[in-house]
Design a protein around this ligand. Sequence first.
Ligand code: S3P
Length: 171
Amino acid sequence: MSKTNIILTGFMGTGKSTLGRLLAVKLGYRFVDTDQLIEAQIGQSIAELFAQQGEAAFRRLEAELVEDLAQKSRLVIATGGGLVLNPDNVTTLARTGLIFCLTALPQEILERISCQQQIRPLLQDPDPLARIKELLEKRGPSYRQFPQISTSGVDLEQLLAELLQRIGLDV
Ligand code: S3P
């Protein structure tokens, strides 16, 4: 399998899906979002799945999906923010493509997700900003293993250009 997939990971609200869609159009690749694929598969929202079966059940579905996606090529994959916390997922995805980690400042993450906070079970907290900072701190070592692309204060066109340059393509 040649390494043709492009995988965008990073914390919630860092723009993985937004940038991933644009990138896919630019490259003529198919765009997939792991959360959306899981929701379609189970016929439930991620929030419902967390509430009814717990986070571990969700993580198992993520790992199964990774195995499935790793059989495919020419994909832009936006991962759920916690998918790369499982090293097996990283090993499998890294065999199929390049992985980049999008980053953003905690305050900006909060602003971006505030209208959709209820769909993110891990941020159901009376103090979401503190929760974001705590999770970022805890997840730092996992996220930092990938090339970082900061999305704070950068517009989408600039981001896309930077990503294409990092991939080694100036489309
Ligand atoms: C999660 C991020 C979410 C979703 C789930 C868990 C996480 O995806 O997979 O709520 O652990 O960071 P987004 O990063 O697309 O919001």
